[in-house]
Design a protein around this ligand. Structure first.
Ligand code: UDP
Ligand code: MN
Length: 251
């Protein structure tokens, strides 16, 4: 019986959104027993995401919650001071707690941002995680790749140039958690939005695990299967074209 991979993806409306979702979807498509939980940062669900999911052929759940004003970045605030996608990921966890019976279903939970690049292989690696599994992610921590240094099935240190002060100096895309951990063992654990950059991962992980308990995967943290890519915003010239997107136009 193949454990289920639950993938929680926060997403929000912008020009590149459909391109991002397409890239993630193509990585998820070949994976067996996968359930995609897409959480829109919006007051209402959008047709774009609803139609995208409907035609995807994937098993999915479509949710939405708008980031409250206190957590939104204000115009003159530094981007990195406000963690993004926090209430969306927490809603995804809450949905699992309310709808999945961890005594009947085995699986793992993964937080996959819509702008990263994923090799499908990572999902079959994370599927077997018993507690909290970790692996390297490229283009984070101000180095070519950052993440755990592993030896004989243990995490023995971390590689990163930035953020070494963090209890768990790893990216959101660098870990997955066994379903039972968040549904049975720690039913109240959530992400906490603190105003210190890079602390979001640690805010959850420090509630549920210790560095010594982490399980290296890929195997033994030896391969990069996830890239923390970031998509450039299209040139200003197309921003005025919004009115051209009408019925019958390509969309
Ligand atoms: N996101 C969101 N609302 C926002 C900004 C971002 O839901 O206002 C989502 C975004 O789609 C992504 C995740 O939150 O899945 C992380 O955002 P981003 O990639 O901008 O963060 P970074 O990688 O720069 O830390
Ligand atoms: Mn990102």
């Amino acid at each position: 019986n193949l454990p289920t991979v639950f993938v929680i993806t926060p997403t929000f409306k912008r020009f590149v959104q459909k391109a991002e979702l397409t890239r993630v979807y193509q990585a998820l498509k070949p994976v067996k027993n996968l359930h995609w939980i897409v959480v829109e940062d919006a007051v209402n669900k959008t047709d774009l995401v609803a139609n995208f999911l409907k035609t995807s052929g994937l098993k999915y759940t479509h949710l939405n919650v708008r980031t409250p004003d206190i957590l939104r970045r204000h115009r003159n605030e530094l981007r990195r001071m406000k963690p993004r996608g926090v209430v969306q990921r927490n809603l995804g966890i809450q949905w699992l707690r309310e709808n999945i019976n961890p005594h009947k279903v085995s699986g793992v939970i993964y937080f996959a941002d819509d702008d990263n690049t994923y090799d499908s292989k990572i999902f079959d690696e994370m599927r077997w995680i018993q507690r909290v599994g970790v692996w390297p992610v490229a283009f984070t921590g101000a180095v070519r790749w950052a993440g755990p240094l592993c030896k004989n099935g243990k995490v023995v240190g971390f590689h990163a140039k930035w953020g070494r002060f963090r209890p768990f100096p790893i990216d959101m895309a660098a870990f997955a958690v066994n379903l039972k951990k968040l549904l049975i063992d720690f039913p109240n654990a959530t992400f906490v939005a603190v105003e210190q950059p890079g602390m979001l991962e640690s805010s959850l992980l420090s509630q549920i695990t210790k560095v010594e308990e982490l399980e290296p995967v890929t195997p033994n943290c030896s391969k990069v299967y996830v890239w923390h890519t970031r998509t450039e915003t299209p040139k200003d010239s197309i921003l005025g074209e919004r009115q051209l997107i009408k019925k019958g136009m390509p969309s």
